[in-house]
Design a protein around this ligand. Structure first.
Ligand code: ASP
Ligand code: MG
Length: 403
């Protein structure tokens, strides 16, 4: 029998009633598959655990943090397993060290690098349904690790990879990936099938359906993912390789960010090495610079430089720039009222004129574009936050995403 991996997110296992529903879903797949289940903690539990650590200390030990915050998953797995046993199934919970799931890297941000298959394989061969803790593993010191918030997505994808599963199904509280945020635009349509590359852009640009690095793991390992809701029976979204997609649309989706800030240095010396002097200390302080524009200098001496960062990094960035003795500038301006709106689609690789259509459509709405950046499959513009809904709605129409 083929193997299928099912992942349940926090809201799907948020109450004991929800857990009973989850057990029914598992039972349905069990008829045709060997099922491996990965579960998150019940919603809210991980946050509560993190708060407890903060009450002990602001500098709570990283290794004990992982022991603490991973414990929510043990609880939900036992509840799911207990319900399946109630229903007469052969099931048991597994925590990471019992398998084991090996990780590498730092506490709080480890990555799974190996999963020992033998125990789980012999268990499913005997008809058992393993319910496995997501989000956690152990390192080479035999200590518990966690793999970043929302990490159960990545756990599930790694299980699908190591066990060569037919598919990894991510059960969540939305019934798929939408052409744009349905809370922002009513006419948003569910995407039936999307490539890893597009999904990666959608996820990292603001669509919060899945954890971005888990999609990267899926892409590298060619794991097909289906995102669907445990609250409805609606068909979900399939995330797969480009080759599997016969795409008729140029643009697959539109996303926007809510946590960007814009920094402008006015009157910077226009000479080689200046941009490097500005960005070097930022990178040394792990500040991620995203979009960058530099004006052509009008007088050959001075220019203006604008870039975006995450708003959380704003005060740190300000301090670093003001302390930087290697640069001179006339003025420094910060703006938090910006949002990056992006159109994403593998179809644009082969279709000319997409950039023009995007800009034209924004111009018709009198929306000013502040900064532009592009990649092979996406075009992003930075605009005033107050225009986001208008921008999304006009682009959605322009690229016929409501159809
Ligand atoms: N429970 C963890 C979190 O809240 C992992 C997960 O949900 O996937 O981040
Ligand atoms: Mg979660």
């Amino acid at each position: 029998m083929k193997i299928i991996v099912l992942k349940f997110g926090g809201t799907s296992v948020g109450t004991t009633d929800r857990i009973k529903k989850v057990a029914k879903i598992i039972a349905k797949y069990k008829k045709n598959y060997n099922v491996i289940v990965l579960s998150s903690a019940m919603s809210g539990v991980t946050n509560n655990l993190i708060n407890l650590s903060k009450k002990i200390s602001k500098n709570f030990s990283d290794s004990e943090y992982d022991v603490l915050v991973s414990s929510g998953e043990q609880m939900s797995c036992a509840l799911i397993s207990g319900e399946l046993i109630n229903q007469g199934f052969n099931s048991r919970s597994w925590v990471s060290w019992q398998i084991p799931i090996n990780t590498e890297g730092k506490y709080k941000f480890s990555r799974i690098n190996k999963i020992n298959k033998s125990k789980i394989l012999s268990y499913i061969k005997k008809g058992g349904i393993p319910i496995i803790t997501g989000f956690q593993g152990i390192n080479n010191k035999n200590r518990i690790t966690t793999i970043g918030r929302g990490g159960t997505d990545a756990s599930a994808i790694m299980f699908a990879k190591f066990f060569n599963a037919e598919k990894c199904i991510i059960y969540t509280d939305v019934d798929g990936v939408y052409s744009t945020d349905p809370n922002k635009l009513k006419s948003a349509k569910k995407i039936k099938i999307i490539s890893y590359e597009e999904m990666l852009e959608m996820a990292s640009l603001g669509a919060k359906v899945m954890q971005p690095h888990s999609i990267q793991d899926a892409r590298l390992n060619r794991v097909d993912i289906e995102v669907r809701s445990s609250f409805t029976d609606n068909e979900g979204t399939l995330i797969t390789k480009r080759k599997n997609i016969i795409n008729s649309k140029i643009i697959t989706g539109i996303s926007n960010t809510t946590n960007d800030a814009k920094v402008t240095l006015l009157g910077v010396k226009d000479k080689p090495g200046i941009a490097a002097s500005i960005f070097k200390p930022l990178s040394e302080n792990s500040i991620n610079v995203d979009m960058v524009v530099q004006n052509i200098s009008a007088n050959g001496k001075e220019t203006d430089l604008t870039f975006t960062i995450k708003s959380d990094d704003l005060s740190k960035t300000k301090k670093i720039i003001l302390q930087n003795k290697k640069i001179n500038f006339r003025d420094l301006i910060f703006d938090k009222n910006v949002s990056k709106v992006s159109i994403i689609g593998v179809g644009m690789v082969t279709t000319p004129g997409v950039t023009y259509r995007m800009f034209q459509s924004l111009a018709k709405q009198k929306i000013n574009i502040q900064v532009i950046s592009t990649s092979e499959i996406k075009i992003s513009v930075l605009i005033d936050k107050k225009n986001v809904r208008k921008a999304i709605s006009s682009l959605h129409k322009e690229f016929k995403l409501n159809k």
